[in-house]
Design a protein around this ligand. Sequence first.
Ligand code: MN
Length: 410
Amino acid sequence: MLRVAEHFEKTDTGRQRRANEDSLFARAPVFAVADGMGGAQAGEVASRLAVEAFEPGLPAAGTPEDRLAEVARAANQRIHEVAADDAARTGMGTTLTAAYVGDAGVSLAHVGDSRAYRLRDGVLEQLTNDHSLVGELVRRGKLTAEEAEEHPQKSVITRALGVEAWVDVDTFTAPARDGDVYLLCSDGLTSMVGEARVGELLRSAPDLAAAGRALIDEANAEGGRDNITVILFRLEEIEGTAPATAEPPPAAATGDQPTALGQSAPSQADVRAALHRQQAEAAAAPAAVTPRSPRPPRPAPAPAKRRRWRRVVPALATIAVVGLVAVGAWMASRAVYFVGTDAQGFVTVYRGLPYDGPFGAELYEQYYVSGVPAADLSAARRKKLLDHQLRSRGDAADLVRKIERGQLDG
Ligand code: MN
């Protein structure tokens, strides 16, 4: 099966625009680029709403293409509603190019003139059709690709999210192979750097991060007339045929790893400390590359009070207390994170608490699956990292990013 081995993403304002109206989403196996349009910061709002639609994860049912398209259509509706409610935002819209890495290949959903490319065996191929005026003219044979690059109306798009109450979303699935590199980008890259040069830069860079930075540097060197957004991810084939599951594995499936699933619940002090870190993080506006509004932290659970129950109702009392604790823990669990492994043994960030609640209810969900197999880490590091210690979202994300980049010492 295919996995995302590494990824890099960056958005840059460029050299001529005052604000960045592009947004990106990168949480393997889902990636998205959005390039907003509209005056008075409306473009920023539109592109942010588009990528935020991916935050809760893809809908559970349907093919990967259907699930991506459903998110895109929901984002369309949301942007359209926000625009209708605010005269300053009338007509705002955004492109969206989103990818999901699944077992069958890489599924794409696409609206507008952001692009998806695949680099395979050194050959760069554009996978998406631009929904732009010049794109249509090129497809009808009225313009050559070279003429299109110089065309004065090259930035006029014919489809966007949010402009109409409904949107036609292109979806398709590209067969994927070990070693394929995918590039999702906004037109701030492709309008400044020709396709042949993009291919050269990708082939000559030592790794994805260097490649991504080289692409952005080149677009800026050519003038940087628009916002530039680049997402790169590389696929690798790994052994195992088990379909990716949303559920963390049972304890036995993680092999030699110390697992804390089913261990005793973290103390209230642990939960409060993690919540506190989360709040501090939300208060300090994150310097994230993606404009995203931080989720408000949920309140700490109310401590279950000890009550003196009569002897005739001990069972009821137990149920009531268990219920209170479960509700409190569930509320707290939305704001804390921990690091573990998924069913395939990849280092994974979970949102929630690392134990099972009463009646088999799980108090955690997968938040981010890294491209790093836990087996690649030394035993000492594994023990230290996969300890299921409660962390803030930022802590957990930083830690896993460092693991992905091989930047952890000790
Ligand atoms: Mn643009």
